[in-house]
Design a protein around this ligand. Structure first.
Ligand code: ADP
Ligand code: MG
Length: 682
């Protein structure tokens, strides 16, 4: 027997060349191969006689070859092989294009199994390029439910299938991790059967069952992992903070806190003095003032003699936080510092020394805070901003930099409860459902192309009033490259033909991080009038002087994404506007966009979005911080998700610590998942 950890090269027929191709698909070991699940199936089980074949409906049929195949060389690169086959009901002419294999393999007088669809015209029926196998061969492409695998150049579906089959025959599939009780309760296949059936299902129904099992398993592992982390943290003790008097902090604020901000701060203070380690998510719409809540928590921590750290997903956001927090804290005698990847080696070393010595009390930065080189003197609180950009693993990593520091995460993405459980199952939640007073809601309009001249005039008007405009170009699904092209072309058009006298800048996802940051920072400094962008501007940067957001082909975006984009304006004192353009005429689509014009309640929009598009789209592809689920489709499998969450919670409560074989295997799998999630994040 082979082991799951053995390399694919131990398989017959898999040499270095094949191994390289498998590596393209991230397949290195037998386990990777067995976990390379089909993306779909083709039902090739139906066997009929030739006279029962229907036009354009593929099926299998048994037939004898009636003549020797003849190949005609039509021109360079085009050979046509013709052959006639028959069963007891009818004859059928087959045609193969450039198929040497068919020409050589099909023999006069022999019987084969074919799979294909007939096409018919007035001359009669014929079939083009059917697949075929000899009667005694083990079915690969006929008489079965055929798994369709994700492929790469040089690796055919049949090659993957053969390799998987071989792997399954020489080693056991991954161990069972679902407790018997759970499998029975939810009607779940055993691991043994599921791993075979997902690749070699006897029927479409069995393929479905196998898929259900694997989806359930993924969710179960993930939510059990979160629950374990939560239980683990709950056991951790922190010394209760004694000094909870924030009066100096409140006094230094240039405004009064909103009721929602105060409530969140009170919840945090309650955590900090409880003696248990805080794990709290602050969820509030863009502009709801989450930074001040983080500042209050940091102030309290520092006042009790510990350090605080705040991590932001981009350099520019980290810098912005640094400047506003430093302004707030310097008069209070608190030392704040900035640590980002783009600082010089010398700067970083100096900052790290000051962090290590404890001289700096509040470190604000990017991923650089996570690096090995950053050591804290006494880290008491970790804050992550715009949490949806970070993964569970990263949040664990920053926590590991202190003696069980308190954890505060902030997110502007309002998330419906089910999904919040999935992403933040290990956290308590505070919700900020109120904006600071005097904030004028962003006025939103939906228009079609006939308004183009007016849109342009409106952009110019912003400029005349010394304000700035964002123009977001259409999202091109599946292709960042096309989005980038659209934005680049649009920026050129605006500059050359519409606004030759304005300063048009461009920002998109294929620019280097440093270039993006520079473009964004320049715009924030007012060095351009119009910033043409792809969706990269979504996250947290404050450009209070920007008063207009134009979103082209808005129907191509999710509602939540539109809401996030809209949140880029309306952050200053001036009245701000959002214009959604769309050529779409579908009443449902237009209805959704009109709803967005009427409400600015992020949670309502999120619920609506989830109903309409499902969470897969909801999160956008790369920014969820969730591990990549292999089989589960977040938008399709909500019920399974709920079941798995419930099952894992029950399991943890009742038998989570039992040393059963399943329990041990599950823990190992959780460990793998969380380290893998870390590996795939930038
Ligand atoms: P977000 O929740 O999007 O992170 P910020 O913390 O960046 O929001 O706050 C947005 C703006 O609102 C900032 O300019 C901040 O100074 C301001 N602000 C925050 N709280 C209040 C308040 N209670 N009253 C007035 N302005 C506030
Ligand atoms: Mg913020």
């Amino acid at each position: 027997m082979a082991r799951l950890s053995d390399p694919v090269t131990i398989l017959k027929g898999v040499g270095p060349t094949m191994a390289k191709r498998f590596a393209q698909l991230n397949i290195f070991t037998l386990q990777d191969l067995i976990c390379h699940f089909p993306r779909g199936y083709e039902d090739r089980t139906r066997l009929v006689s030739i006279d029962k074949l229907e036009v354009d409906v593929p099926a299998c049929f048994k037939a004898v070859v009636m003549n020797t195949p003849r190949t005609a060389h039509i021109r360079k690169g085009l050979d046509i092989t013709r052959v006639q086959v028959a069963d007891h009901t009818a004859r059928l002419n087959l045609t193969f294009f450039n198929n040497k294999f068919a020409a050589e393999q099909l023999r006069y007088g022999e019987e084969y199994i074919f799979y294909g669809a007939v096409s018919g015209d007035f001359v009669g029926y014929s079939m083009t390029n059917p697949v075929f196998e000899t009667m005694d061969a083990q079915p690969i492409a006929t008489r079965r439910v055929l798994p369709i695998y994700p492929l790469t150049a040089g690796l055919s579906n049949a090659a993957v299938l053969k390799a998987v089959r071989q792997a399954l025959s020489i080693c056991d599939p991954p161990a069972e991790i679902l407790p018997e009780s759970v499998r029975q309760r939810y009607g779940i296949l055993s691991a043994d059967r599921a791993y075979y059936a997902i690749h070699e299902p006897q029927s479409m129904a069995e393929a479905e069952l196998a898929k259900k099992r694997l989806i359930f398993e993924e969710f179960f592992v993930f939510s059990a992992g979160l629950s374990l982390m939560r239980a683990e943290r709950a056991r951790k003790k922190s010394k209760p903070y004694e000094n909870l008097d924030l009066t100096p902090f409140y006094k230094s604020l240039p405004f009064t806190l909103t009721g929602a901000q105060q409530r969140a701060i009170d919840e945090i203070l309650e955590d900090l003095r409880s003696g248990a380690t805080m794990n709290r998510l602050v969820q509030g719409d863009v502009g709801s003032g989450k930074t001040m809540i983080a500042a209050a928590a940091a102030f309290c921590t520092i006042q009790n003699g510990h350090q605080a750290a705040m991590m932001a997903p981009t350099e520019i956001l980290a810098e912005q936080h640094y400047h506003s927090l430093n302004k707030l804290f310097a008069p209070l005698g608190v030392k704040v510092t900035l640590l980002t990847g783009s600082m010089t080696v010398k700067q970083k070393r100096e900052v790290r020394e000051r962090i290590a010595s404890g001289e700096v009390q509040f470190a604000v930065g990017t991923h650089a805070l996570l690096s090995e080189a950053t050591v804290f003197h006494d880290l008491g609180l970790v804050i992550t901003d715009e949490q949806h950009r970070f993964g569970v693993a990263q949040r664990a990593k920053l926590s590991s930099k202190g003696q069980d520091p308190h954890l505060l995460v902030m997110s502007a993405t309002p998330i419906p409860r089910t999904l919040a459980l999935l992403m933040y199952g290990d956290l308590e939640v505070s919700i900020i459902n109120e904006l600071p007073p005097g904030r004028q809601p962003v006025e939103t309009f939906l228009v079609n192309e006939s308004y183009r001249a007016r849109i342009n005039a409106f952009i110019r008007k912003q400029k005349e009033e010394n304000h700035q405009t964002f123009v977001v170009c259409p999202a091109v699904e599946e292709s960042e490259e096309l989005s980038v092209k659209a934005a680049t072309v649009w920026a050129e058009t605006l500059q050359q033909t519409v606004f030759p006298d304005l300063r048009i800048a461009l920002i998109h996802g294929q620019m280097k991080a440093a270039e993006k940051e520079a473009a964004m920072a320049a715009f924030a400094r007012g060095e351009a009038d119009v910033l043409v962008a792809t969706t990269v501007i979504e996250v947290g940067v404050d450009v209070p002087n920007a008063t207009l957001m134009v979103i082209e082909d808005a129907d191509r975006f999710g509602l939540s994404q539109l809401h996030q984009l809209r949140g880029r304006v309306g952050r200053g004192g001036a009245k701000s506007y959002c214009i959604l353009t769309s050529q779409n005429r579908n009443p449902d689509t237009l209805g959704r966009l009109k709803a967005l014009c009427k409400t600015t309640d992020g949670f309502r929009i999120a619920e609506e979005d989830l109903k309409l598009r499902g969470p897969g789209d909801f999160f956008g592809s790369r920014q969820s911080g969730l591990p990549a689920f292999r089989v589960a489709n977040l938008s399709m499998d909500l019920q399974t998700l709920k079941d798995a969450q419930q099952a894992s919670a029950n399991w943890i409560d009742n038998e989570g610590t039992a040393q059963t074989p399943e329990g041990i295997a599950l823990r190992a799998r959780i460990g793998e998942l969380f380290t893998r999630a870390e590996g795939t994040m930038n």
